[in-house]
Design a protein around this ligand. Structure first.
Ligand code: ZN
Ligand code: ZN
Length: 333
């Protein structure tokens, strides 16, 4: 039995395990609300996660049926997975920012053979070789649609307020970047913000563009803007969904901005005088481990991260797409 940890200001932290994932767990936060308990995120769908969540609530003196609502920071499955089961057991409402609703629908609609063909065509447009495409296909797993009952039934937007017990409030802070509709939640009377995957104590959140060669959306620009917004709010403490509490939230947000500025500079240098595809951009970027060590699906994630940085260099006018190139190539201006 894993107990919820009372971390002050009426906040309980529940560790919801996902042992298959290198992150190990999702941290769910619970607070008393007028009709029971409100949760921030729900954790990965699975029996070990369900046990972690229900045990945690019981150690607070509540049962799963007391959950009044779940506010979701974003659509990723380690945050939304258990929502359906929570709703079944409690009738809770589920709220998420409007800009992640469509992503949630896509994520839960299953991986069909047609879906896989589209993925392969997509990485081909990025400049993947035949053998890269074959390796990606071999590593991919098809899966049926997820439970539809986990879909959010409430829509959040920036500035909106969620009522907690005793007149306390959680305010929605719109922080797109990690996903199009990522939101943080500011517990206004306690100088603390629930940061989801937007700001993490140790990990650098993934920021990607997933449609190649370049998306309209500049997700890195959104992410950097959102970090600046969080920094300027002057909230001291951050509680992320993974890792330790953040004791200096503005400082950590600034560090993440600097990290991406460095990567952008490094990428610009790595171009030299060459014309290169998105795939080659990824090969030339600096990673924690060498490009050769990435498994095929990890390469897909790395290419999306590279594309987001490339997209931002185009926004900044430092790089252009070479006219008429197929697959698209890019060069310094
Ligand atoms: Zn995430
Ligand atoms: Zn996460």
């Amino acid at each position: 039995m894993s107990d919820a940890v009372a971390i002050g200001d009426g906040i309980f932290q529940i560790t919801v395990p996902m042992s298959h994932n290198p992150l190990g767990s999702t941290l769910v936060y619970a607070m008393e609300s007028p009709n029971g308990v409100v949760l921030v995120d729900s954790g990965w769908d699975g029996d070990e996660g369900w046990e972690g969540l229900t045990d945690g609530l019981e150690s607070m003196g509540h049962s799963i049926s007391d959950v009044e609502g779940v506010v979701l920071t974003h659509f990723h499955p380690d945050h939304t997975g258990l929502c359906g089961r929570v709703r079944e057991a409690s009738g809770a409402w589920i709220a998420m920012h409007e800009d992640d609703h469509e992503m949630f629908r896509l994520m839960t609609s299953g991986h069909t053979p047609e879906w896989l063909d589209e993925q392969i065509e997509n990485i081909r447009r990025a400049g993947a070789s035949e053998s890269d495409c074959d390796a990606y296909r071999a590593a991919s797993v098809l899966k049926p649609p997820a439970r539809p009952e986990s879909a959010p039934d409430r829509t959040l937007s920036g500035g909106q307020v969620i009522a907690l017990t005793g007149g306390r409030t959680l305010r929605v802070v719109f922080t797109p970047g990690h996903t199009p509709g990522h939101a943080c939640f500011h517990l206004e009377d306690a100088d603390v913000m629930f940061t989801g995957d937007h700001v993490l104590q140790k990990t650098t959140p993934h920021v990607g563009n997933f449609i190649f060669p370049l998306e309209e959306r500049d997700s890195l620009a959104e992410f950097l803007d959102s970090l600046t917004r969080v920094q300027s709010m002057g909230v001291t403490r951050g509680l992320g969904a993974h890792g330790l509490p953040i004791t200096d939230l503005p400082g950590r947000a600034k560090e993440l901005v600097e990290h991406h500025e460095e990567r952008l500079d490094h990428l610009y240098e790595a171009f030299g005088d060459d014309e290169i595809t998105v795939w080659q951009v990824a090969e030339r970027m600096k990673w924690y481990r060498g490009w050769d060590a990435f498994a095929p699906l990890m390469r897909g994630m790395a290419v999306s991260e590279a594309a987001a940085h490339l997209r931002h260099l185009v926004t900044r006018g430092q790089v252009i797409q070479v006219p008429g190139s197929d697959p698209a190539r890019f060069a310094r201006v």
